[in-house]
Design a protein around this ligand. Sequence first.
Ligand code: GDP
Length: 472
Amino acid sequence: SELASMMDVQPTQVISACMSLGIFVSINQRLDAETIAIVADEFGFEVEFVSAEVQEAIPVQEDKDEDLLPRAPIVTVMGHVDHGKTSLLDRIRNADVIAGEAGGITQHIGAYSVTLENGKRITFLDTPGHEAFTAMRARGAQVTDIAIIIVAADDDVMPQTKEAIAHAQAAGVPMIFAINKVDKPTANPDKIREQLSQMNILVEEWGGKYQCQEISAKQGLYIDELLEKVLLEAELLDLKANPNKNAVGTVIESSLDKGRGYVTNMLVEAGTLKIGDIILAGRYAGRVRAMHNEHGKNLKEAGPAVPVSILGINGAPSAGDKFYIMDDEREARSIATKREQLYREQGLRTQKHITLDEIGRRLAIGDFKELNLIVKGDVDGSIEALSDSLLKLSTDQIQVNIVHKGVGAITENDVNLASASDAIIVGFQVRPTGGAKKLAEGEQIDIRIYSIIYKAIDEIKAAMEGMLSPEI
Ligand code: GDP
């Protein structure tokens, strides 16, 4: 229909042109580029393709210098497992002087702000580890201003510490080192400084440029000093944003709540988000119906560097998706629908058409097998984590593909996609709908439900080992 109106012909003419090519289409179906070119040629048109992004009319409001006001820094804590990320985040949360007054129950909304005794505010992303950081960066979102790299003084600079440092460096995010667990008799902070120096990271005490603070997250020692250093780093960065415009920001995580519908946790980066705003977030849109902060307090508006949890979006956007405020709800929904369509098509296309590289590789191996998976889950973060781990199971002989992933119950759509792409459906903390279950039985689609990530990984790994041909 869209192509027909661009060429000013009847949709039925386009449909019959497709039919003469042996392609049977409905009026709303999207055509692939090649078909469009051939059909348009029949009608005497030449086709030029432009990127979908270009066509989206998202209004970007430019800021004048005088509109920019100081904003709180946004901080991520990264480090090796068990080095104390969670303990530190808990400690810092307790340092908030507002939390006590608010009296509300602390809720996990993916990020929280603390106001220190000097009245200064810092916002922390509270999904510890670099998985969330990387997932966001993969979508081009850079939310973090400063990274705290935590290293346990009774251990070493570990592989994940190095990874975290590499991620921060790649993103150009300044790092502050927190040497943790100094209360332990076996703590040796100098050894950590030494190991960092071997990576060309010189801390200030050693004449370098990196701020470093010894702490004990468990006993709450020197936390204020660490936060002072964060503020100092923030001052150098001279962070500013214009609060007096439509909000823009990033989705931190989203989930489906049985009673309330889709819950989206996000961070406002500039402007002010208000109740009633028409919002476009990734492939979804809606109107902000309700908004609350990490203390469960209802908010009417939220400014720069404020994390909020909102209701009103018609789906679960992914971590790292940008959100924008639009004037026209219909336009917001139409952009969202187009993005969803493109997304689904890309999902289908990537699994149907293989690249030249791929063919060469398969020929070389001679015995190549693929495992296609559809991953559904209750929370975006766990879907990302699970998908990442599953992709990493790929070996020379078996390529793991995630054909589709998303938040919510397993639907008939998922089963259809699984059938079309010969995929197994992995559900994490979600179940199939009645219809999907029936359809899956008919189509003989394997649906596997898990509630623990490593169980899912173990089982699929085992299945893959079974798939391997015996060595001769
Ligand atoms: P994460 O895996 O990096 O989030 O680490 P956690 O915060 O869960 O801490 C791992 C373990 O180290 C827990 O048993 C903590 O109680 C302990 N721990 C964390 N910080 C300290 C500290 O400063 N001193 C001591 N003695 N133990 C700590």
